[in-house]
Design a protein around this ligand. Structure first.
Ligand code: PGA
Length: 249
């Protein structure tokens, strides 16, 4: 059951990035004050590079844009080179004209995590909600750090990472050893994400094929958090051929 999910299957990861960047480009040019949701991980890096290129070469301005990131490692400050604040600064923010005070990344060192999470939800509401949120997907179907079993109405909160996610993030791309990976994170909930007016999920590579098949063809189930997007009214999955290889048609 694919529900309402719109699928765009691209030849390769480079094309996925171009398609995703084009959707944000179109949104932002139509409404320069757009509120966008962002993601970290390897997959969106090329999309951010393409958005930065469009800023530099094609006059795309993010000066009026506000952004909200999905998650942050618990215990890492924004100056830590594996924090998601640092990732965003390095991969996107420093390359474009978004204003620092309009970028919202959860504070992994907040003294009171529950207040930090409530504040994040309130800042989204104060901004008028999110127009379009970029998502990745874990090999186990997670979105943000909403691991299997996360509720469809879950909100921003402190969560534990699964061993699978810890291992995936210590394969040398990010942390070099599993012992370095924080065990917890602050993460927007599935309910938080589902309230975004539009969703764009990216997946590349064969390692994501099972998760994409479960999300699109499987049941609407907490066992695969990304399947909980099936009834969203405006959700697009942009995937390459390898990530699409286990889809039913
Ligand atoms: P990745 O992570 O882009 O690094 O594969 C995606 C995710 O775990 O959400």
């Amino acid at each position: 059951m694919a529900g309402n999910i719109r699928l765009k299957i691209c030849d390769d990861a480079a094309q996925v990035a171009i398609e995703a960047a084009a959707m944000f480009d179109e949104l932002i040019r139509a409404n320069p004050d757009s509120v966008i949701g962002l993601a970290t991980g390897s997959t969106p890096e090329a999309t951010y590079a393409e958005i930065a290129r469009r800023h530099k070469e094609d006059g795309l301005s993010l000066a009026g844009v506000s952004s909200f990131n999905l998650d942050e490692y618990w215990g890492l400050g924004g100056d830590h080179d594996q924090s998601y604040r640092y990732f965003m600064q390095d991969n996107l923010f420093r390359h474009v004209d978004i204003l620092p005070f309009n970028t919202h990344v959860l504070n992994g060192k907040a003294r009171f995590p529950q207040l930090e999470c409530e504040g994040f939800e309130n800042r989204i509401l104060a901004a008028g909600g999110i127009d379009m949120w970029l998502l990745g997907i874990g090999g186990n179907g997670h979105i943000a750090f909403n691991e299997p079993g996360s509720g469809v109405d879950s909100r921003t909160r402190l969560v534990s990472l699964t061993q699978e996610t810890i291992d995936a993030n210590s394969d040398g791309r990010f942390f070099s050893d599993a012992s370095e990976v924080p065990r917890c994170a602050l993460s927007a909930g599935i309910g938080t994400i589902r309230e975004s007016r539009r969703l764009v999920l990216l997946a590349t590579g064969a390692k994501k094929a099972d998760a994409i098949a479960a999300a699109v063809d499987g049941p609407f189930s907490e066992d695969c958090p990304a399947s909980l997007l099936q009834d969203h009214p405006d959700c697009t999955f942009i995937v390459d051929r390898d990530a699409a290889s286990k889809l039913s048609n």
